[in-house]
Write a protein that binds this ligand. Structure first.
Ligand code: SF4
Length: 350
């Protein structure tokens, strides 16, 4: 019988799902994704977590609960360091322990420890351990890893071409299904799909007339439509062009690191700051919205830094949008409409 592995549709899902799914499927397992976030999932997460957890952690608990009874394992990698210079927030580091302690009746967890500071091959070793648990040999594990890395690179390229994660994931699904020879997918194959896929995305719009907004924050805040009250779709409906950190290619984000007086301790926080600096440098935006989670420790600092940086950019308009499980659509829309009205007037005056 095929082993079923669950992946919660939350937190690092938005950064790594295509890669993780490819790896697990290449090992011969069936991947089961939890459904999009709903009120029931959030409510279940709130019941399972400690009270002072941030909303993304509560949502993650709800997604884990949604997979119980459907899968043989749940994948919750222990993401420690992706780039070697910063770690993930402490809640990511202890995520699998939190889940084990708080959610009842969970199936066994797969928790590869991913820390690039342990050496270039440390992530590969961790994933080969997963392959062993799932009954796959080393050779199969190595091939699966290679393909997963290629798919991950393709996913990043699609995001950098201004796609949202759900659009990029569906392009990858179609591309993967269309490949005759899955044994040697190349980035060149992948790139040929980017141009046609680009045509389907309207996020960039006519930037000369539209208000151009940088909307920054952690991927699980920006792209979970239930948590953020369909923020990006609503901004688009209000006529704004939206740019998010993932739309800035990784090398361009990295190039902004030298402008940080001091690196932050947390990976995603650095990405938010660097993408914003890229928007500033290229004069890409008329205003900045920072989407932050109530109770997020790292964001207390990121929010203040962004506010001060916007002031230095000729007082670039800045809106901090703090979300939690009590946030309502009406309140968010009122603030967005007021912000965009102000930007339209400002743009007209300039
Ligand atoms: S970075 Fe903030 S929002 Fe993200 S998991 Fe950590 S505390 Fe929560």
């Amino acid at each position: 019988m095929t082993i079923r592995v669950g992946i919660p549709r939350s937190l690092a899902y938005y950064s790594f799902y295509p890669q993780w799914k490819t790896y697990l499927e290449e090992l011969g397992t069936e991947v089961v994704l939890s459904p999009p976030t709903t009120k029931d999932i959030v409510d279940q997460g709130i019941r399972d977590t400690v009270t002072d957890a941030c909303i993304p952690i509560k949502v993650f608990h709800g997604h884990v609960a949604a997979l119980i009874g459907q899968v043989d394992y749940i994948l919750i990698p222990r993401l420690v360091s992706i780039d070697g210079e910063a770690t993930l927030c402490p809640k990511f580091l202890g995520l699998s322990d939190m889940i084990k302690a708080s959610v009842a009746d969970i199936p066994p967890l797969l928790t590869p420890r991913l820390d690039i500071r342990d050496g270039r091959f440390a992530p590969l070793r961790a994933w080969l351990d997963v392959a062993k648990i799932l009954g796959a040999g080393r050779r199969k594990g190595l091939l699966a890893y290679r393909r997963a890395i290629q798919v991950g690179q393709y996913y990043e390229a699609l995001l950098a071409n201004h796609m949202l994660p759900n659009e990029a994931m569906s392009v990858i699904e179609k591309w993967w299904a269309s490949l005759q020879d899955k044994s040697s997918p190349s980035l060149a194959d992948a790139r040929s799909g980017i141009a046609s896929a680009q045509a389907s995305t309207e996020m960039l719009g006519d930037s000369s007339k539209q208000v151009r907004l940088g909307v920054v924050g952690y991927p699980y805040m920006l792209y979970d439509e239930f948590v953020n009250c369909s923020l990006l779709a609503n901004l688009k409906r209000l006529g704004a062009t939206v740019l998010t950190p993932e739309m800035v290619p990784a090398p361009s984000r990295k190039a902004q690191a030298k402008k940080q007086p001091k690196y932050l301790f947390w990976y995603y926080s650095n990405q938010v700051i660097r993408a914003t600096y890229h928007f500033f440098q290229e004069k890409m935006i008329d205003g900045l919205i920072h989407v932050t989670a109530f109770g997020c420790g790292p964001d207390a600092m990121v929010d203040k830094l962004l506010e001060l940086d916007c002031r230095k950019q000729n007082r670039l308009p800045y809106l901090s949008l703090c979300l939690d499980e009590h946030t309502g659509v009406a309140g968010v829309m009122t603030r967005l409409e007021a912000f965009i009205d102000m930007l339209v007037r400002r743009k007209g005056d300039s």
